[in-house]
Design a protein around this ligand. Structure first.
Ligand code: DX5
Ligand code: ZN
Length: 219
């Protein structure tokens, strides 16, 4: 699987989202949108209306990361709106298989995320229902946090599970991914890299995406 970079607009200027999206258009594979509800995580960001506006404003596919309670109720709507990928959290979903299938049925890739302290092995049987497994490398809720090295062995184990099943499941990492940490993630087997601060905190976000991609490809 080729390396893919998904800049997180959580670190962008929320008052100028169309311009911020344009800064990585044609360079990034995805635009990562962090939807937070102040319940599943202690932070409140944006929801479906802003995702719908972004879909009109950029040609980059949207990668929705839902850090919300009751994703079973809300996730299909993001897929129906046109997001290319919709990720729900293992810790929040009450009917994960039904919701993952609903996301796919609405035409999006179905993502499944695990927090740093959530084991991945228990979800092995779900892999055929999943297009992308997201292993969080920080506790979700905020951009700019320090990368949790303690999660790297789980990234390796997730890679082994995916390879064992021979599927086409992408393995995403999110949180603290930067020029300092991306090679370790790639070596552990990740192939989709979310980066917020490392892209939108840079003077030239497009160049930051190119740098991250080169580091991951050469790891
Ligand atoms: C954290 C979010 C991340 C965040 C990453 O809860 O899921 O997507 O934007 O930001 P950085 O790359 O700055 O850690
Ligand atoms: Zn995220």
């Amino acid at each position: 699987m080729a390396v893919q970079i998904s800049p997180s607009i959580l670190s962008a200027d929320f008052a100028r989202l169309a311009d911020e999206a344009a800064r990585v258009e044609g360079v990034a594979d995805w635009l990562h949108v962090d939807v937070m509800d102040n319940h599943f995580v202690p932070n409140l960001t944006i929801g479906l209306p802003v995702v719908e506006a972004l879909l009109k404003a950029t040609s980059t596919p949207i990668d929705c990361h839902l850090m919300i309670e009751d994703p079973d109720r809300w996730a299909p709507g993001y897929a129906e709106a046109g997001a290319g990928s919709v990720t729900i959290h293992a810790e929040a979903a009450k009917a994960a298989i039904r919701t993952l299938r609903a996301i796919r049925a609405a035409g999006a890739r179905a993502g499944f995320a695990v927090n740093p302290a959530t084991a991945v092995e228990q979800y092995e049987d779900l892999l055929p229902e999943i297009d992308m497994l997201l292993v969080m490398t920080v506790e979700p809720g905020f951009g700019g946090q320090r990368f949790l090295d303690v999660v790297l062995p789980k990234v390796s184990r997730a890679r082994a599970l995916i390879d064992k099943h021979g599927g086409e499941v992408w393995l995403q990492v999110d949180g603290g991914v930067s020029a300092e940490t991306i090679e370790r993630c790639a070596e552990a087997g990740a192939d989709v890299f979310v980066a917020g601060n490392a892209v939108y905190g840079a003077d030239d976000p497009a160049q930051a995406v190119r740098n991250l991609r080169a580091l991951a490809e050469n790891a």
